[in-house]
Design a protein around this ligand. Structure first.
Ligand code: ZN
Length: 407
């Protein structure tokens, strides 16, 4: 029975904190335990967060069912890092979930200090409802492949096997029972059929391409590393491996230099002109702590851009970005990488895993999105198989599209 063996396979995978890049797959139990609030809710509206802090997006959700915890009203505001600030400066975070108006979701949340809620572990804490025939599926958008630049035809695309779909209602019932202290069998996992890959995200804001123009002028981009003097997690040596990998793949067109920071940069707190690598989420910008026993978000990367003083998500209008090879691009003004608190347990004694994670995140800061290609360094889950900073031909191909590098 193919379906049965697939489910067994999925359960086996989910039982392990499998290695991953920006994330390792978190178990449903751990996610539920970490959440202060779990709700089934539908998106009423979204807008740029009206705050002076980091560019964020507010989603207004109509709560339909409280699965765990307590919520005072019938609507909540969920604030997601990334978006366009009040000054028109935008921040693109790879892995931050986005939602369509009218979309039903299952959300794992924790309260923020300002009365809004944060989604635990970015896209790992957000399930999107997908109707397929008589079934209502709950799916996470882990790959973001819809936003990736085109991949070369004929490459093997990854089935989303690390995270199969769930039966929405059965999953909610399981979570509910768990919250009451009852242990139900986790029989809500389904097999993903062909063509059922989740497609989500705000259609107004997808399809963006980002690139640096500095490399066109033979200029380098300088990074500031906030790393302990003794070679700790995300050590200088691994960052050097990561930047060398991208430099080699670009025939040295991409030049990234690294200095030790005098103090920590702002990370995703504000656009400060410093390309910073920060360890351990010092600004508490990632909701949820990485635990080696449970998984979660390891690290994240983002780029800053100028949206022409507008907060409207209408990037396709010319004038606010340049064209390159007949494609529209937003120019990257600054990039940051933040590793999650708790992620040191993954990096310690795992030099190749660390080199791979940093190479993946540096790839984002060069403008690369997630890839659905199995061997790509840009796929969401880390391979953690000893490959370290090694790039796949598909990575070099996308880099070539971005920076006009002949193969
Ligand atoms: Zn990533």
């Amino acid at each position: 029975m193919r379906a049965t063996s697939s489910i067994v396979f999925l359960l086996a995978l989910l039982a392990l904190p499998a290695g991953a890049t920006t994330f390792t797959m978190i178990s449903d139990s751990a996610l539920a335990d970490q959440a202060a609030l779990i709700v089934q809710a539908t998106v009423l509206a979204s807008e740029p967060a009206p705050i002076a802090g980091p560019p964020s997006t507010d989603y207004f959700f109509q709560v339909e069912r409280v699965v765990k915890g307590y919520v005072a009203g019938s609507t909540i505001v969920v604030r997601v890092l990334g978006g366009i600030g009040t000054d028109g400066i935008g921040l693109r975070i790879w892995g931050a979930p986005s939602f369509r108006q009218g979309e039903r979701s299952l959300l794992f949340l924790e309260p923020r200090g300002d009365g809004t809620y944060a989604i635990l572990h970015l896209m790992l804490g957000a399930f999107h409802e997908l109707q397929r025939g008589d079934s209502r599926l709950a799916l996470r958008n882990l790959s973001e492949t819809v936003e990736a630049l085109s991949v070369t035809a004929g490459e093997t695309l990854e089935e989303d096997l690390l995270d199969g779909p769930r039966d929405f209602e059965a999953f909610v019932e399981w979570l509910s029972a768990r919250d009451r202290g009852e242990a139900l069998r986790a029989d809500y996992l389904l097999r993903l059929g062909d063509g059922d890959m989740p497609v989500s995200g705000d259609p107004r804001c997808t399809g963006l391409n980002f690139r640096w123009s500095a490399f066109d002028r033979a200029k380098s981009v300088q990074w500031s590393l906030d790393i302990p003097r003794k070679r700790g997690p995300a050590g200088r040596g691994f960052f050097d491996e990561a930047r060398s990998a991208w430099s080699r793949a670009s025939e040295s067109r991409i030049q990234l230099t690294a200095t030790r920071a005098a103090g920590p940069g702002a990370g995703f707190g504000s656009a400060d002109g410093v390309n910073a690598l920060l360890l351990g989420d010092p600004g508490d910008q990632v909701a949820g702590e990485f635990l080696c026993s449970a998984g979660g978000i390891l690290s994240l990367a983002g780029v800053w851009f100028d949206n022409g003083r507008s907060q409207e998500c209408h990037f396709v209008e010319p004038g606010v970005k340049g064209t390159f090879r007949d494609q529209l691009f937003l120019e990257i003004l600054e990039a940051d990488i933040v590793t999650n608190d708790g992620s040191a347990c993954f990096f310690v004694s795992n030099p190749s895993g660390e080199a791979e994670v940093l190479t993946h995140e540096l790839g984002h800061t060069l403008g690369l999105s997630h890839s659905g290609v199995v061997d790509s360094i840009m796929r969401g889950p880390v391979h953690d198989d000893g490959r370290g900073a090694a790039l796949d031909p598909s990575d070099r191909a996308v880099l070539g599209q971005l920076y006009d590098i002949s193969e």
